[in-house]
Design a protein around this ligand. Structure first.
Ligand code: TXA
Ligand code: MG
Length: 323
């Protein structure tokens, strides 16, 4: 039975106003919200998530006019992207104003801003009327929650309220683009692809996580279930099956292509959707479910190449990184 949940926007905004922590749904994943101007609330986010302080938080806003209260020297490209993709799963990094706390930005000279495309998140942001710091509502390096039940399992006892919503439609975190220097650089792939951005800006963009900027890619392991996961090619399945049967260790294969094998006490087969949007929507929910099953290992078929699978590859590679 889930307690500490509400569907009341005024109650949630009220708790934010008192420096409390409120988890809220967005179209990507659930966020862990706090008043972005309240340093004690920001500190509590880092404590609850067990996240190192140098990892900046994204500020969520409900109106484009608020951009200028957080950022300065905003290039025209930023307005073009915000006009095209907001509200939506795109976070822009812009030069921060001097008044923005370095606690929020992890000491970076930039601030991340995003307007989520979710009616509950937008109502909360408009009702609160100010920026809401919102990392994903999970412990550091773990799988982001895409349902309110997952937030409850992950952080329920440590936070003040969970604003309830449906399962997240996108299912993976927003695309992050650094617009504070040229060439602009995508730091985290997401639903909005490099081609989408190039088509909007009509210029080349870089891709990568190098440099001083701290993004999840700087850590080898991220988005990880507790059960060890490995990315595999279907040609490896037979050897892995034989090995699991010999060692009597229960394993799960998370596949795209049906195989001729039958399930038995040791081996479980589970299939992911073949469409990348559906795959993304299902991924974290599936990893959380499988994490409850006591498998010694989850083997995940490497998805196809191509830009529309890029964000999925990124998350799978990081969740399967050596520990
Ligand atoms: O979809 C999303 O972006 C979700 C929902 C809740 O909006 N939020 C999210 O936040 O994924 P978080 O904190 O879990 O991931 C944001 C990443 C962090 O790893 C952080 O290092 C990076 O973005 N980031 C944020 N602001 C940054 C900045 N100013 N400079 C460099 N990296 C930044
Ligand atoms: Mg996160």
């Amino acid at each position: 039975m889930i307690s500490k949940t509400t569907s009341s926007i005024p109650d949630a905004a009220n708790i934010l106003g008192k420096g409390g922590l409120v988890a809220f749904p967005t179209e990507t994943v659930y966020g862990l919200g706090a008043d972005a101007r309240c340093e004690s609330a920001i500190q509590r986010i880092f404590l609850v998530k067990e996240r190192p302080m140098q990892h900046p938080l994204i500020v969520h806003i409900g109106r484009k006019e608020e951009v200028e209260t957080w950022a300065e020297e905003i290039p025209p490209a930023a307005w073009q992207l915000m006009d095209r993709f907001w509200p939506g799963p795109l976070t822009v990094l812009l030069k921060k104003k001097a008044s923005v706390s370095v606690l929020l930005t992890g000491g970076q000279p930039t601030v991340g801003l995003r307007m989520p495309n979710h009616p509950i998140a937008l109502s909360l942001l408009k009702s609160f009327g100010r920026g809401v710091a919102g990392p994903s509502a999970n412990k550091f390096t773990k799988v982001s929650p895409t349902t309110s039940a997952a937030v409850w399992d992950e952080l329920g006892k440590d936070i003040d309220l969970i604003l309830e919503g449906d399962a997240c439609q996108v299912g993976l975190e927003s695309t992050i683009i650094d617009l504070s220097q040229f060439p602009y650089k995508i730091l985290r792939p997401g639903h909005i692809t490099p081609s989408d951005i190039k088509a909007c800006l009509n210029c080349e963009i870089d891709y990568g996580t190098s440099g001083k900027v701290l993004v999840p890619g700087m850590h080898k392991i991220h988005y990880a279930p507790n059960t060890h996961t490995t990315l595999i090619d279907p040609s490896e399945v037979k050897v892995l099956v034989d090995r699991a049967i010999q060692s009597h260790s229960p394993v799960c294969f998370l596949l795209l292509d049906p195989l001729e094998y039958k399930s038995n006490a040791t081996i479980t087969w589970q299939y992911m959707p073949r469409h990348p949007e559906n795959y993304a929507r299902a991924l974290y929910r599936t990893l959380r479910q499988l994490d409850q099953q006591g498998y010694s290992h989850i083997f995940i078929q490497t998805p196809p190449q191509g830009e529309v699978w890029q964000a999925i590859h990124d998350r799978l590679i990081k969740s399967s990184a050596p520990r």
